[in-house]
Design a protein around this ligand. Structure first.
Ligand code: ATP
Ligand code: MG
Length: 202
């Protein structure tokens, strides 16, 4: 089995940027968000179950998931949200496991944005957990720098996630992304060297 480093961090903390730097150094990149998109594309493996559970109102004309409609549907309905997660999460996890197993790299970086919330499902798949961290104000600024995302929306996303302390508590390794990109790159290089030696689970 390919050595697997789980990578997480709060919204806008720099997960994608850090993961890209690991990939540049030769790690295999496995992104659970990308897997979720594939599963909910037209003809995606989750679409039949989603259509059966939620009806045509959440299916776009091309057969893919209508994300806006689905968000509205689950927004104030926690049992609908649980039902959707119950459909998606096992499929995401098994596809992630498959991609780790077939990865042709010294190790894999598995990005799970909401790892604290889903730790029970993923912990046994991961040899190590690295958390990308920065100040909450930076998370908000970096998230709101994205086109179409307001500061208020960024704050709301942050508030809905697990706490910074809860993320830090599951970290075997920490990447401090409070500094600039050069500092981030230096830390990724350092961690990369250590992951090549496949350090044992803590
Ligand atoms: N050290 C840094 N200094 C300045 N900007 C940064 C730094 N790290 C990341 N950024 C910028 O902040 C934004 C968010 O970074 P990134 O997309 O990597 O975060 P993320 O954790 O993947 O976010 P999301 O939770 O939305 O997926 C991007 O525009 C990125 O270029
Ligand atoms: Mg990202």
């Amino acid at each position: 089995m390919t050595y697997c480093v789980g990578l997480t961090g709060g919204v806008g903390s720099g997960k994608s940027t850090a993961a890209r730097l690991f990939a540049d150094l030769g790690a295999a990149l496995i992104d659970t968000d990308a897997i979720a998109h594939t599963l909910t594309a037209a003809d995606g493996a989750a679409m039949a179950a989603i259509a059966a559970a939620f009806g045509d109102a959440v299916i776009a004309a091309d057969g893919s998931l209508d994300r806006a409609a689905m968000r509205a549907r689950v927004f104030s309905d926690s049992s609908a949200r649980q039902h959707l997660e119950h459909i998606l999460h096992p499929l995401i996890r098994s596809e992630a496991q498959h991609q780790v197993a077939v990865a042709r790299a010294p190790y894999a970086i598995l990005i799970v944005p909401l790892l604290v919330e889903n730790l029970a499902a993923y912990r046994q798949d991961m040899d190590r957990i690295v958390v990308v961290d920065c100040d909450e104000q930076q998370q908000i600024e970096r998230t709101a720098s994205r086109p179409g995302v307001s500061v208020d929306q960024a704050r709301a996303i942050l508030a809905a996630q697990s706490s910074r302390a809860a993320r830090l508590a599951i970290a075997d390794d920490l990447i401090d992304n409070r500094g600039g990109l050069a500092e981030l790159e230096a830390q990724v290089r350092h961690r990369h060297q250590s992951y090549l030696t496949h350090p044992e689970k803590m």
